[in-house]
Design a protein around this ligand. Structure first.
Ligand code: DX5
Ligand code: ZN
Length: 222
């Protein structure tokens, strides 16, 4: 098994041909399908809800990695898990009673993740770390695909990797989301991440999804 996972973000996929795009990333080695849920309040954009997760579930056997960029995400835990989410990630900035929400997600047999905006320090997750399955470090300000990777995120990724190691949480995944491409993915891996979300580097290129997936994997393996 590879030491990394690629989680293509469907935000930049072709929504009129979502089944085809999902099939292609699955064929060329994706581990998860990343679904960006935005409410127009927590972030200045509106995307999709549980209905699309249900539809995706019928198209793929990959785990569905749902990233909730919504205020008070605890209101929608049941809906997204019923729709088929396998990993449900909430923002630390959007959820007051994070521990309660995480426990609820786990009680419904779903993996629980916590996401951090670029300006949120690593220390905010110190207490919740032993309770979660995944940490998502945002390396752009959430809301849109196609932004540039914020280089300072590498320091935070290393800090969080250190916290995971120190607490002996070897099962906890460290995911990075935003601006990842074949030129920077290796440095993000070296900083300690093992799950890589990529949208425009996979779906919005002048070359094919097959080539884009291969370029990311080659960059990680060289
Ligand atoms: C941004 C989303 C990301 C985004 C990644 O708010 O959380 O998942 O779609 O897209 P790229 O790879 O284009 O930065
Ligand atoms: Zn995302």
């Amino acid at each position: 098994m590879t030491p990394y996972k690629i989680s293509p973000s469907i935000l930049t996929a072709d929504f009129a041909n979502l089944g085809r795009d999902i099939f292609l990333v699955e064929t060329y080695g994706a581990s998860y399908i990343h679904v960006d849920v935005m409410d127009g309040v927590f972030v200045p954009n509106i995307t999709i809800g549980p209905l699309v997760v249900s539809a995706l579930k019928k198209m793929t056997s990959l785990a569905i990695d749902v990233h909730l960029m919504i205020e008070k995400p605890e209101r929608y835990i049941n809906d997204f898990i019923s729709a088929g989410a396998n990993v449900l990630t909430l923002h630390v900035e959007a959820c007051t009673h994070l521990h309660r929400a995480i426990e609820k997600i786990k009680s419904l047999n779903c993996k629980a993740g916590v996401a951090l905006n670029p300006s949120t320090p690593a220390s905010t997750i110190e207490e919740i770390l032993p309770f979660i399955d995944l940490i998502l470090v945002m390396s752009v300000n959430p809301g849109f695909g196609g932004q540039s990777f914020i280089k300072q995120s590498l320091r935070k990724i290393s800090q969080i990797k250190e916290m995971i190691t120190q607490q002996g949480l070897s099962e906890c995944e460290l995911e990075v989301d935003g601006g990842i491409n074949a030129n920077n993915i290796k440095s993000i891996f070296e900083a300690g991440a093992n799950v890589f979300v990529a949208g425009s580097a996979i779906f919005n290129q002048s070359y094919s999804i097959e080539e884009s997936m291969k370029k990311l994997k080659q960059a990680l393996e060289t």
